[in-house]
Design a protein around this ligand. Structure first.
Ligand code: PGA
Length: 250
């Protein structure tokens, strides 16, 4: 069985002090949840402190991006080993904001994913279509294309460590969520693709998160869908009460 993964993508929010405050509130409110995994992805500057705070606690630590080289003259970049060093076990790759604002393309996303796997970081690979692409009836073709390209040369055994996040771009930060039926249909299409690329057993083990305006009001319905295995939460992960309610989906 796939254990659900609820992740907070904090984006470019929270100083170290604010990050500590939020994580302390999450730890206090979480209780003992054993049937679901909780992950926070603070900005780089807070990773070290938050890593120390969540060590041995039921919250995992992830980064929002990573560079694919091991080290070198790459001003501004962060290597996978540096993320491991501060306690990260996950890293997001290919978020649509990275693709759109920073120019990450499928080939770079694939390199980042391989670099993460080589360093025992679980990559969360984001895929998703834009509004014009959806309106043109191309949503599935775009998403499946991103899945193929992003997973190039990834083996079935490596897939056990990979998480896919379906995040329709038009739903991110807009308050406009995909209907749970539309999200389920895309998740099922992604899982079918994994069956074609690998095999049914591998495909059924991969967690596919939904992201895009996930909030306390819609999490229960999303999580009730058979192929939705968690959520990648932006805005609603920045406050303890809303994120805790999302974690406690029914
Ligand atoms: P949102 O962001 O929840 O604020 O829509 C989700 C994401 O970008 O991961």
């Amino acid at each position: 069985m796939r254990s659900p993964l609820i992740a907070g993508n904090w984006k470019m929010y929270k100083t170290v002090g604010e990050a500590v405050e939020l994580v302390e509130a999450l730890l206090a409110g979480l209780g003992s949840t054993t049937d679901r995994e909780v992950l926070v992805c603070p900005p780089y500057t807070a990773l070290d402190r938050i890593g120390a705070l969540v060590a041995g606690q039921p919250i995992a630590l992830g980064a929002q991006d990573v560079f694919y080289e091991a080290e070198g003259a790459y001003t501004g970049a962060i290597a996978p080993r540096m993320l491991r060093d501060v306690g990260c076990t996950y890293v997001i790759v290919g978020h649509s904001e990275r693709r759109q604002i920073f120019g990450d393309d499928d080939a770079q996303v694939n390199r980042k994913l391989h670099a993460a796997l080589a360093n025992e970081l679980r990559p969360i690979m984001c895929v998703g279509e834009s509004k014009p692409q959806r309106d043109a009836g191309q949503a599935e073709a775009i998403v499946i294309g991103q899945v193929h390209a992003g997973l190039a040369n990834v083996t079935a055994s490596q897939m056990q460590s990979v998480v896919i996040a379906y995040e329709p771009i038009w739903a991110i930060g807009t308050g406009d969520t995909a209907t749970s039926a539309d999200a389920q249909a895309m998740h099922a299409a992604i899982r079918r693709t994994l069956t074609e690329l690998y095999d049914a057993e591998t495909a059924s083990g991969v967690r596919i998160q939904y992201g895009g305006s996930v909030k306390p009001e819609n999490i229960d319905e999303l999580m009730a869908q058979p192929d939705i295995d968690g959520a990648l939460v932006g805005g609603a992960s920045l406050k303890a009460d809303s994120f805790l309610r999302i974690v406690q989906f029914r």
